[in-house]
Design a protein around this ligand. Sequence first.
Ligand code: PLP
Length: 385
Amino acid sequence: MCTVPMSSVSKNSYIYADNAATTQLSVVAYASMTSFLVDEYGNPSQPYAFSRPVKRALREARESIASCINADPGEIVFTSGGTESDNWAIKGFALRDDMMREIVTSEIEHHAVLDSCKAMSAIGHRVAVLPVSRTGVIALDALREMSLGDGSLVSCMYANNEIGTIQPIGELCDIAHSKGAIFHTDAVQAVGHVEIDVKAMGVDMLSASAHKFNGPKGIGFLYIKDGTPLAPYANGGAQEMGRRAGTENVASIVAMAVALKENCDAIEANAVRLGRLERLLLDDLAALGVPYRRNGENQLPGLMSLSFAGASGEMLLHRLDLMKIAVSTGSACDGANTRVSHVLKAIGLPEAEAKETVRISLGKHNGEGDVHAIATALGKILLRD
Ligand code: PLP
């Protein structure tokens, strides 16, 4: 028998403030997935009655996700997460025929995008990289000045995972379209946290990942606007409208839809609450006399990239860990990598300052007590040393 965890705030009183790396699975989402693991385990592609509830759950999940981002259900294709969605958008675009394509991206993208572009460049596609401002805003003018042919791709992230800067996606998309290009956005950090309307923005493809919005890990989706030219991700069965063969991860898809709906229904309230928690933390640091610099502008709710002069981010992460507080130095997917973050470098931080940076990312399970504890802990470490 499956049991639902009672709550959820922290494990052994650990303060988890690395929600840009991953989030805690919503208890409601968890409850929604269990029956599809043990009771309703039919293969959704089968025509008999036993599979009907599973097929229906899949359809309803697709409809619910589509309505959260103002898409049509047939434009949502389930994937294994953000990395797969990004790889598919770029490689599926470039490899759909034998033409050499032009791909434009920005220097602050996640490695799922940057490395996909590199792989396409290695086989002859042309890749150009847009610079960013000192606060991490992608240079609109640089894109405007580019001469792009019809059938090129522009891929710019919706919001950055290290510094939180939200991009002018509508404008980037309009410029790309005015040049005949297709526009993809990696919205992995944004979906479920800020209002997303794919029709209003006009994007052709959008990547999302459930574990960033309190859904399960290893599941996500790619929005593909009707008519967008893209090679299938995997060949085989007819699942996912023939675009991604393979039996669907039904339980995780159902939970992803529940988690997204839960977050989207409370998007405004969550953003206001996280904004207040951010303010409390920064006010606490100021009151304690801890000098800091915040990187980025117009950041995602709850995401703070803070540089502390003279203190190593690596040291701060480990000292906070000993005090049962989890934060990150750069991007979490780079946790084992001690190279200086390409994002901090791109916004012009000298290497020494980049190494003095931590990312604190608050989520919906954090409260006032957590932010006071984080500020107090930082004060203890930084003012004593
Ligand atoms: N894109 C961005 C902006 C991310 O922050 C991440 C994960 O940190 C990814 C893509 C990769 O997503 P996933 O962990 O679902 O593969």
